[in-house]
Design a protein around this ligand. Sequence first.
Ligand code: ATP
Length: 232
Amino acid sequence: MIELFNITKKYGNKTAINNISLFVRSGEVLGLLGPNGAGKSTTMRIIAGYLLPTSGSVKVAGFDVVKEPVTAKRHIGYLPENPPLYKDMTVCDYINFAAELRGLKGKDKAHHVNRVIEEVGIPDVKKRLIGHLSRGYRQRVGLAQALVANPQVLILDEPTVGLDPQQITEIRQLIKELSGKRTVILSSHILPEVSSLCHRVAIINKGNLIVENTPQNLGKSLMGHREIIVQI
Ligand code: ATP
């Protein structure tokens, strides 16, 4: 469902990610783990079609994200690390707005907006201003905008960062429920988080993919990468 071939991204002289290839099967949940500055957000933004790679290719649901971004993006829901939520909008208006940006109209739009409000558990706050919500609820709104067009692929960039422990538990539970129906890439710098949510974990460090394995077998693969173990 997601195919990354030899992706490199340079910012000027700096190589943020270096020749990364990754494949995610339909229905699979892949965790992208790495310390700060490893290249997680850069990788996620390239897969989501919000950043062009310097070289390499990306396909999502069979569509080339670089060459056919509009078509590919129909299949992708993306939650950036700091989603641009408009604090003066109500939850409902904001999700309607996100639906319109994805080309939904009329009854179809109303159906998907109502569906996603239920799916992420925010019916009780739908009339409230986003600026008045807790961070946990704001993250649910961020998930709602990503899911409003019912994409096959969900890309979640550090979805629990900045939340308190109770909110982290709730958002992890929600991600577990959402990922049962979709292909997911989830980034984090917390090993137990990706181990509990993901079928497979890819670890990047300084822009390089260094380890890829199931959570159960990750320990063996990490031998010899002590500098990473102390950071995740
Ligand atoms: P974090 O966990 O801190 O969000 P990350 O793993 O998501 O980190 P990236 O944000 O992808 O890492 O950054 C990878 C590298 O690319 C870092 O060294 C970062 O400083 C650099 N970088 C990211 N964006 C830019 C940019 N717009 N211009 C220049 N360098 C950048």
